[in-house]
Design a protein around this ligand. Structure first.
Ligand SMILES: C[S@@+](CC[C@H](N)C(=O)[O-])C[C@H]1O[C@@H](n2cnc3c(N)ncnc32)[C@H](O)[C@@H]1O
Length: 501
């Protein structure tokens, strides 16, 4: 699609007509079909509405529709931006349409969300955004709906984002609620993140609002594409030769400024992978923690909740380099297969090195009882709400419910307890989540520690080193490590390191 068609720059007036004239045209007079990028974005929005995940549905459709380069980037920004900001855009649409969004057909609402994002969140000129949104609506929602979309889009485009933010927060006196509306997050998540910033010691309660705003804004920014070179299988230099830029945060990381990571041979071959730099640092921390004298000989590593295998991929390659047997366990059959796929290069390397990398399909809660004291290092990357990775999962904030936190609480405690059982004396246990929620992080660890005397908490901070080997900054008072997107540029990963007595 050309920039002109996309509206990426101002179009000259067509056949002497002004942009204002075009905006005032009846929808029937406008282009009847939209472009493939917008249509793809709309189709994915509908799939998300039916329960799909953006990070799976979008790449699949981009491949099917053969959209590459700038068209793929445009469709991606449309889907991710319109989905993340749908709470805000719905509040604006309510005012522009003069009726609650619940009274608007969800398919029509998706067209409006995409249009609103072009007008308020991207640099698409208003007239082009309105024209294209009406063309899309006519094509996918019908001509009756297109008239309605035209009216709503014209109202939306009458104000800039700042003006709309004032309109939708007018009369809202609670600053947390106003922040939730402005940054398009459910209120319960904003409250949980506020408590997490204070509870993890990032900021004092009386100065939390600016930091909370930074965190919520970071959730709304596109996450960079980070790659991890799996040690012994690939190098950062190899990734750099493929167009990535060496990471300053992770010693095994590189950032891909643009392009398809799947086009890089090391990624295709499972020698490198797309992985958040925080996840990389966390896996490296587990691999570098010193194990006690009782556990150092005959080391054996376990990833108790490995699917889809990101951290297992990094840990397994390090284990192979050190000729240490590695087991990746996963309860979900489909995800266990994904672990097998992602570990295939490490499995082959293990055979060469005369060691083993094994994928086990089963409930991690059973492993402590089945293989007590069998492992020198155990990672429990527990199932969690994922509130620390909202920037990567645009729909997650709208799907998660406050009750999900409580529903996971028992499982998280049982998995940690099982991981501790599976660890031998002197061994190291890492409890991790991609959520900073206090109920999924500190409180889980504290609860489990309170009930047993065979394990102690270690300071995890010295295990976090950046690409230059320097201590990662701003890790707080310890002993836990809580990473933050607005500080470290990573997902908000949590790690507690325990040692078995
Ligand atoms: C946060 S994810 C792990 C992410 C993984 N470590 C990575 O870096 O790619 C948690 C995983 O735990 C799995 N899980 C949930 N309950 C489990 C159980 N009882 N035993 C083992 N795995 C479980 C989930 O299916 C999910 O794949």
């Amino acid at each position: 699609m050309s920039d002109e068609r996309r509206g990426g720059r101002q179009r000259p007036p067509a056949r002497g007509r002004s942009a204002q004239h075009r905006s005032a045209q009846r929808p029937a007079e406008r282009a009847r079909r939209t472009d493939p990028a917008r249509l793809t974005a709309y189709t994915v929005m509908r799939e998300i509405n039916q329960g799909a995940y953006a990070n799976l549905a979008l790449p699949k459709l981009l491949r099917e529709k053969r959209l590459h380069g700038r068209d793929a980037a445009f469709a991606t920004e449309l889907v991710y931006g319109a989905t993340r900001l749908s709470g805000l855009y719905d509040a604006i649409t309510t005012r522009a349409a003069g009726r609650p969004v619940e009274q608007i057909d969800p398919a029509v609402l998706d067209s409006i969300r995409l249009g609103a994002h072009q007008v308020l969140g991207m640099r698409v000129p208003s007239h082009a955004a309105v024209d294209e949104t009406v063309a899309l609506a006519r094509q996918v929602n019908g001509s009756g709906a297109a008239g309605f979309v035209n009216a709503v889009m014209r109202r939306i485009s009458e104000r800039g984002l700042d003006e709309w933010l004032d309109v939708v927060t007018e009369g809202v006196t609670d600053p947390t609620e106003a922040l939730a509306i402005r940054t398009s997050h459910p209120l319960w998540i904003v409250k949980a993140l506020r408590a997490a910033l204070i509870g993890h010691g990032r900021v004092a309660a009386n100065g939390v609002e600016p930091e909370l705003a930074r965190l919520l804004e970071a959730d709304n920014a596109a996450a960079k594409v980070s790659l991890a070179a799996r040690p012994g299988l690939a190098t950062v230099a190899e990734l750099a030769a493929s167009g990535a830029v060496a990471s300053s945060t992770s010693p095994v990381g590189a950032v891909l400024p643009d392009g398809d990571p799947g086009a890089i041979a090391a990624v295709r071959e499972g020698r490198a992978a797309v992985q958040d730099e925080g996840s990389q640092l966390l896996a490296l921390a587990i691999a570098t923690a010193e194990v006690g004298a009782g556990a150092i000989t005959g080391e054996r590593w376990l990833d108790l909740c490995a699917g889809p295998g990101g951290k297992a991929g990094l840990l397994a390659s390090i284990a192979v380099q050190r000729r240490i047997p590695f087991v990746a366990n996963e309860v979900n059959a489909h995800r266990a297969r994904l672990v097998e796929q992602t570990l295939s290069a490490a499995v082959a390397a293990a055979v060469e090195a005369g060691t083993t990398v094994e994928v086990r399909h089963g409930d991690g809660r059973d492993l402590g009882g089945l293989t007590p004291g069998a492992y020198s290092r155990v990672l429990i990357d527990a199932p969690c709400t994922g509130l620390g990775a909202l920037r990567r999962r645009p729909e997650a904030r709208w799907r998660r419910r406050p009750q999900d936190v409580a529903a996971l609480a028992t499982l998280q405690r049982e998995l940690l307890a099982s991981g501790i059982e599976a660890t031998r004396a002197g061994g190291v246990i890492g409890y991790a989540t991609c959520s900073p929620h206090l109920n999924e992080t500190r409180f889980v660890v504290q609860d489990v520690l309170r009930k047993r005397d065979d394990v102690e908490l270690e300071d995890a901070r010295p295990l976090f080193l950046d690409a230059a080997g320097a201590p990662l900054p701003e890790l707080g008072d310890g002993p836990y490590v809580q990473l933050w997107p607005q500080v470290h540029g990573t997902d908000a990963m949590f790690l507690a390191v325990l040692r078995k007595r």
